[in-house]
Design a protein around this ligand. Structure first.
Ligand code: PEP
Ligand code: MG
Length: 585
């Protein structure tokens, strides 16, 4: 090759911009999953072969069910993961009935019937880009593929450990299966933040990127999947590899090198409490290993399976006891059901504004049996006296008082052996609760700042509506003032204030929160190690100065710009290259 000739394309570094849906940086050789589109052969069946084919189908469905049962059982380790496969179990029955109907009415083989039903689904879906429909279809395909695997007795996907798994889409069950081989990352064409595969990847701590154009990647290429920026770097050059190592060192240092036993303190020695938002013993254990102290938020509605059936008192007591025993004295804040009427009684109640409707504490107070059953379960599980209760969507003091009345009644009705009375805290996520935080703080044991909803309700912007995503501004000056107001109310009443929304686990917001006086954060387990590392490099005095200066901004954009400049000035060394240029809201 002459000196002027360009090297062949497949040697060049290439960057693909996509969407990060599970954080972390994965680096490894590209491994392409075999496509799981199902190529089926058409067989026409005689009358007598139809019932044999139905038997063959039933056998395969039975085996697929056993596989799903294993994944759906809470002993699989994680209740929210198990919930996903609960849904698949529900789909399996009705899907199998449809396949059987096709076999009988059209005299066709199982595989052909399955493919026909899936094609009908795609046709009905048409050009609809509704995320939920797409996700439902992926669930259906996953269930179908499970049956076809059994019909063919197909081998499971085996991936080389440490590889970056590339696929047009990845089934949730495949995510679970592949997790055992420790993939470096997943990169897909299709999927989204709320897809079950992405939820699983986040739970399992595997970086994942979706929306990537995969055509430029070749099997075996070295690939860096940056689950912070959403960038996929194919065949990275030396410069990228060098900067990658420094990014990993500053943010994603392996667990073994963290000072696990040590408390989390700022550079100037101010103690910070880092809790985890978790719903299972396994999730807590993983977070504890990287330095979490207690569960700051146990979203009890995660115990409700997708079928919507509320667990009874015994089932709830077992779940609360299990997490309580695992966590011990560090304590667990159990949030009462944060649900709407559609979940509590299975009725589809058409509320015009569901997020402003009969939900959360309002619903618990309106359905006393729902609340009292939950309170009895918590009291029964509170043998160690380490369970606290958090009330969601508090709008004022009257709900706290009504809640306490219900709690007192339940305590009175129970035997003397279960009389550890839990501490009671209020979620502060509604503007009226911010403005009356002082009154609330006088009558509760702690406050939890739910910033996800706080931004939604303070700015009147639906947190789940992509069309108004630009209005969901975490850095709106009103949000900063609200946080500061609540922190001060907590301090004056001498009770803890824990920030437990997504803000708490974001490296971009943590210095700001420290500067606003926050000393307790509760976040997803995946964020803890990096958060601790960052906090250790920050002086609370600098953070206060930064927060004061940034809070002078009059719009979210001004606050954002000020923060970036100040972070670069004080702490550029603590963030990976390019991190401060990313969008963080
Ligand atoms: C919040 O609103 O910030 C919160 C922690 O609760 P959720 O996200 O469950 O509403
Ligand atoms: Mg909330």
């Amino acid at each position: 090759m002459s000196a002027t000739e360009k090297p062949p394309l497949h040697n060049e570094e290439l960057r693909i911009s996509a969407i990060a849906v599970s954080r972390g940086i994965g680096d490894g050789p590209a491994f392409f999953l075999p496509a799981f589109d199902i190529p089926a052969e058409h067989r026409y069946l005689t009358d007598e072969n139809v019932s044999k084919e139905v038997d063959r189908l039933k056998f395969a469905v039975g085996r697929a069910q056993v596989n799903l049962d294993k994944l759906a059982s809470p002993s699989a380790g994680n209740d929210s993961i198990a919930g996903i496969f609960d849904t698949h179990l529900l789909i399996l029955d009705s899907f199998a009935a449809k396949v059987e109907h096709r076999i009988r009415s059209e005299h066709i083989n199982s595989e052909w019937a399955i493919e026909a039903i899936l094609k009908d689904g795609v046709a009905r879906q048409g050009t609809d880009t509704d995320k939920h429909l797409l996700e439902k279809h992926l669930d259906l395909k996953d269930v179908a593929a499970g049956i076809v695997d059994e019909l063919r007795n197909a081998d499971r996907v085996d991936i080389p450990a440490g590889s970056v798994v590339i696929s047009r889409e990845i089934r949730p069950s495949a995510v679970m299966e592949m997790a055992r081989s420790s993939p470096a990352a997943f990169v897909t064409r299709r999927g989204g933040w709320t897809s079950h595969s992405a939820i699983l990847a986040r739970e399992l701590g595997i970086p994942m990127i979706t929306g990537a154009n995969l055509s430029m990647i070749q099997p075996g290429d070295r690939v860096i999947a940056d689950g912070f920026s959403g960038e996929v770097i194919v065949r990275p050059g030396e410069k990228v590899i060098a900067s990658l190592s420094s990014a990993q060192i500053s943010i994603a240092e392996p667990v073994s090198t963290l000072d696990i036993g040590q408390e989390t303190t700022t550079l100037n020695g101010i103690g910070m409490t880092l809790r985890v938002n978790a719903e299972s013993a396994v999730a807590y254990e993983n977070a504890r290993r990287v330095g979490a102290t207690g569960v700051g938020l146990f979203r009890s509605e995660s115990l409700i399976p997708k079928s919507g059936k509320i667990p009874n008192e015994d089932q709830q007591a077992v779940a609360y006891m299990r997490i309580g025993e695992t966590v011990g004295t560090a304590g667990v804040n159990i949030r009462t059901f944060d649900i709407g009427p559609e979940t509590s009684n299975g009725m589809s109640v058409a509320e015009r504004n569901p997020s402003l409707g009969l939900r959360s504490i309002r619903l618990s107070l309106a359905e006393p049996e729902l609340l009292k059953t939950q309170l009895r379960a918590i009291l029964r599980a509170n043998d160690l006296g380490n369970l606290s209760i958090v009330i969601p969507l508090v709008s004022g003091l009257s709900e706290i008082r009504r809640f306490r009345d219900a709690l007192n009644q339940v305590v009175e009705s129970m035997s003397a052996s279960s009389k550890w009375i839990p501490r009671v805290g209020a979620m502060i996520e509604v503007p009226s609760a911010v403005l009356t935080a002082r009154e609330i703080a006088d009558e509760v044991d702690f406050l939890c700042l739910g910033t996800n909803d706080l931004v939604q309700y303070l700015l009147a912007v639906d947190r789940d509506n992509e069309r108004v995503a630009d209005w969901y501004q975490t850095l709106n000056p009103a949000v900063l003032r609200a946080i500061s107001e609540v922190v001060t109310a907590g301090r004056d009443a001498a009770i803890p204030v824990t920030v437990c929304g997504e803000m708490a686990g974001s490296l971009f917001y943590i210095p700001l929160l420290i500067g606003l006086g926050v000393r307790e954060l509760s976040m997803s387990g995946n964020s803890i190690a990096a958060a601790r590392r960052l906090i250790g490099g920050i002086s609370s005095l600098d953070a206060e100065a930064v927060a004061n200066e940034a809070a002078a901004g009059k719009t979210a954009a001004e606050v954002d710009l000020a923060l970036r400049k100040l972070y670069l000035k004080h702490w550029a060394h603590l963030f990976p290259e390019g991190f401060l240029e990313l969008k963080h809201s």
